[in-house]
Ligand binder design. Structure first.
Ligand SMILES: [Zn+2]
Ligand SMILES: [Zn+2]
Length: 158
């Protein structure tokens, strides 16, 4: 039988101490001062494995672990190394991607193509590898233009 909460950091005074001692309040954020992973998120050892510091803070202050299937998103500060529980909220992975600053996220937020002429409707969107979107109208225009240019070359006298 699994007793809910027995695995919780709430029962681990050492982890609470480390979370607070290894972080520093700066401009409302609580910035992690120890190891950061590749995504600039704070990590620390917890129960024999690397755990995300902000996720443990969420657990600690919210009284329950992150809801399965959701991820934590920084609201307001967008600072991955911030572990301030008030700067965190649970979101779906899709929401997090849309709010992010990764090229795919920035691209996905745009509603118009680079030229600003055509809307990214489902019919006018070509998805490329890596979740990049391209404007179908622009791609076809460019293809037309290339064809015309090639024709011009063909009729040039030798
Ligand atoms: Zn923050
Ligand atoms: Zn376009």
């Amino acid at each position: 039988m699994n007793f809910i909460g027995i695995d919780s950091p709430l029962y681990d005074s050492k982890i609470i101490y480390r979370l607070l001692a290894y972080s520093k309040k700066i401009n409302g954020c609580r910035i992690w001062g120890k190891h950061l992973n590749a995504g600039k998120y704070g990590t620390l050892g917890y129960k024999g494995r690397d755990e995300l510091a902000h996720r443990l803070m969420w657990w600690l202050f919210g009284g329950k672990p992150l809801t399965p299937g959701l991820v934590l998103d920084h609201i307001g500060c967008d600072n991955p190394s911030c572990i301030e529980p008030n700067h965190l909220r649970e979101v779906t992975i899709g929401e997090n991607v849309l709010r992010g600053t990764a090229p795919a996220a920035v691209n996905a937020r745009k509603s118009c193509c680079d030229k600003g002429l055509h809307e990214f409707t489902p019919e006018n969107t070509i998805w490329e590898k890596g979740n990049r979107r391209r404007c179908k109208t622009c791609v076809l225009d460019r293809r037309e233009l290339m064809k015309k240019e090639r024709k011009k070359l063909e009729v040039l006298p030798c």
